[in-house]
Design a protein around this ligand. Structure first.
Ligand code: ZN
Length: 273
């Protein structure tokens, strides 16, 4: 049982201690290392032993985040992509993100994470956040707590196997959430406030027109799907357009951190900030 975690000024057990944290305290993860993880603590870089960021420690506390240094005064928007990974459309989306040094949040299905592990690994490797969108895309509000738990265990096992850790975020299929879903899913529950309708429109120009109906994207979460080539084509136009307009393309946890100064809490629904 860990009772206290020391935060140090450099990645060495001989270095000065900045602070001693208790179980449940918040830290912001900047990057991971073999023996020390780099965190942002009191607005500076600091270090804690990697063992304290295990999945077991993550449960029932604030989610530990990967936050980049961004301009807090420039507008930010989070692109989110559901239902993947897809071996054709998702890599095209990743190509665009990489080209413009942008990142996004993917909500992947455990069943497809198993089938296309390399695509999921690439999502994370380029700095995207990879959240869970269930294992089998069932409408969770029609399931019992046991059935939701069963789906969750399968999904978590898939992410664990491919990425080496459980996901930090969860987007329930269709954005459907009830009290049973909240009870079982010990995750921040992420929905959206801009719907591209890409699953229905399946047309680059129509997708773009739908998204452009919103005039100010700052703090918003845009819903798209990573399984359509038409969406990949949309992203190839949208990403440079947003950047040209001055937007920073960020993950959902980054958006929460910069817009509200918060870590996402589990069993809480967020549709934008
Ligand atoms: Zn979905």
């Amino acid at each position: 049982m860990i009772s206290a975690v020391t935060v140090r000024t450099s990645p060495s057990s001989n270095s000065p201690i900045l602070e001693t944290l208790q179980e449940g305290d918040k830290v912001l993860l900047k990057s991971t290392g073999a023996t020390y993880d780099t965190i942002i603590f009191q607005n500076q870089l600091a270090y804690i032993r990697t063992q304290f960021l295990s999945d077991k420690q993550l449960k029932n506390r604030d989610v530990i985040l990967r936050i980049r240094d961004l301009d807090p005064n420039a507008p930010m928007v989070a692109l989110t992509f559901d239902d993947g990974p897809n071996p054709i459309a998702t890599p095209k989306i990743l190509d665009t993100l990489e080209k413009y040094e942008a990142i996004a949040t993917f909500f992947d299905l455990g069943s497809l994470v198993e089938r296309f592990p390399e695509v999921v690994k690439r999502e994370e490797a380029i700095g995207c956040e990879v959240g869970c969108h269930s294992y089998a895309h069932k409408n969770l509000v029609t399931l019992t707590a046991e059935e939701i738990e069963e789906d969750l265990e399968k999904a978590e096992a898939a992410f664990q196997k491919v990425l080496g850790h459980k996901p930090y975020l969860y987007r329930p299929p269709y954005g459907n959430i009830n009290s049973t879903v909240k009870e079982v899913l010990d995750y921040p529950l992420i929905t959206w406030n801009i719907d591209s309708l890409d699953w229905k429109l399946k047309n680059k120009s129509k997708n773009l027109a739908q998204i452009r109906k919103t005039k100010n994207y700052d703090g918003h979460i845009i819903l798209m799907h990573s399984i359509y080539n038409t969406t990949a084509d949309t992203v190839a136009i949208l990403v440079p357009e947003l950047i040209q307009q001055g937007y920073q393309l960020v993950t959902v946890p980054e958006l929460a951190y910069y817009k509200l100064g918060i870590n996402l809490r589990t069993r809480t629904v967020y549709n934008g900030f």
